[in-house]
Design a protein around this ligand. Structure first.
Ligand code: NAD
Length: 350
């Protein structure tokens, strides 16, 4: 079996990706299990795939459910431990999902973004170079489109106006990856995820927060007075797309000396991964209310610094590359999330 390293494997997308790849790869997951949100949720995700991690342990552990799954608690900024990991495993592919996520948090805690998203990512690039990794795929974000207002966003648009440090670090990752692809011929693929949602989701994101508040009768903060749209993308569609991209054909390169054509002068690509179906925030709330059978109490707020009012992606590049695009409809996906939420938090049980 080919070997894949998934960083951030205790995270929301990392957990789903682990499950998606288990049939075809030997997987090593790493995560620093930081306290940005409930560590219990991260540990439960790991437990669900047979990884019972002891808080203090930094040893590699083997899944009790799957023979081809391992986990180690490692921080991306710990280059020494990362180097040993790469040396021990000789990975074929690396998928870097570990990062400090969240737009609003980056305004108050900028340093953690620099550490995990820039220094950490540099460590990954360096090790991919040293260990001649066949393909590095890494999480970017729709937030790189910043103040762009030409909808739908396509990968060919300039992205020079990020409005949060989070977005700036994700755009920096794309530029760093391009540089390493060019200098060292490493195949790199940037994944611009658009508002990912689904079971085992993140407590800092709207669907989780709204569900929690509606159930407990608390008010929900709705920004830009509700005039927001998001191209919500169901997590299963995200991980299917990643799985298809791993061993997809490498881009055909043009002559490096032809300065007029620089698109594929090195094996570096970037894809929007999104539903291509933006949803108004008001409609989104209504879907949640209907499923919960309870009305939300709404606290309308202005647009928050760092937030963009709308996202909407063109996914033609993704479709032409992997013949697949996200298709889960918002109502269906929200229902899957709420089913999980009610069960996980024991609603309706004594
Ligand atoms: N969820 C979304 O809507 C969305 C949208 C765009 C981009 N992304 C990106 O996708 C990736 C995964 O996002 P997610 O929603 O699963 O977030 P998540 O926070 O649930 O997962 C990230 C995981 O990385 C780990 N981590 C953070 N810093 C680390 C470090 N220095 N070393 C090791 N582990 C570290 C965290 O503990 C966490 O478990 C992130 O890079 C995020 O920025 C997510």
């Amino acid at each position: 079996m080919k070997k894949v390293l998934i960083t951030g494997s205790a995270g929301f997308i990392g957990y789903h990706l682990t499950k998606e790849l288990l049939d075809n790869y030997l997987i090593v997951g790493i995560d620093n299990l930081n306290a940005y949100y409930d560590i219990g949720l991260k540990r439960d995700r790991l437990k669900n795939v047979g990884l019972n991690i002891d808080e203090a342990s930094s040893e590699s552990i083997k899944s009790k459910k799957y023979d081809n799954l391992y986990f180690e608690k490692i921080d991306l900024i710990d280059k020494k431990s990362l180097s040993i990991l790469f040396e021990n495993h000789k990975f074929d592919y690396v998928i870097n999902l570990a990062a400090q996520a969240g737009v609003r948090y980056s305004i108050d805690f900028p340093q953690t973004y620099l550490d995990s998203n820039i220094t950490g990512f540099l460590n990954i690039l360096e090790l991919c170079k040293t260990f001649k990794i066949k393909h590095l795929l890494y999480a970017s974000s729709s937030s790189v489109y910043g103040l762009n207002n030409l909808f739908p966003f396509s990968e060919s648009q300039p992205v020079s106006h990020p409005i949060s440090l989070y977005a700036a670090t994700k755009r920096s990752n794309e530029l760093m990856a391009h540089t390493y692809s060019h200098l060292f011929n490493i195949r790199t693929t940037g994944l611009r995820f658009f508002t990912v949602y689904g079971p085992w989701g993140r407590p800092d994101m709207a669907l989780f927060k709204f569900t929690n508040s509606i159930l407990s009768g608390k008010k929900i903060d709705v920004y830009n007075n509700g005039k927001m749209t998001r191209d919500f993308t169901y997590v299963k569609d995200i991980v299917i797309s990643i799985a298809k991209l791993i061993e997809s054909d490498a881009p055909r390169l043009v002559n490096k000396n032809d300065i007029n054509i620089n698109k594929f002068s090195c094996p570096n690509e970037i894809f929007n991964i999104a539903s291509n179906d933006p949803v108004q925030l008001d409609d989104f709330i209504e879907i949640i209310e209907k499923r919960l059978g309870k009305k939300a109490k709404i606290n309308y707020m202005p647009l928050q610094p760092g937030d963009v009012p709308a996202t909407f992606a063109n996914v033609d590049e993704l479709i032409s590359k992997i013949k697949f695009s996200p298709k889960t409809k918002i109502k269906e996906g929200v229902n899957f999330f709420i089913d999980w939420y009610l069960k996980y938090y024991n609603y309706g049980q004594d």
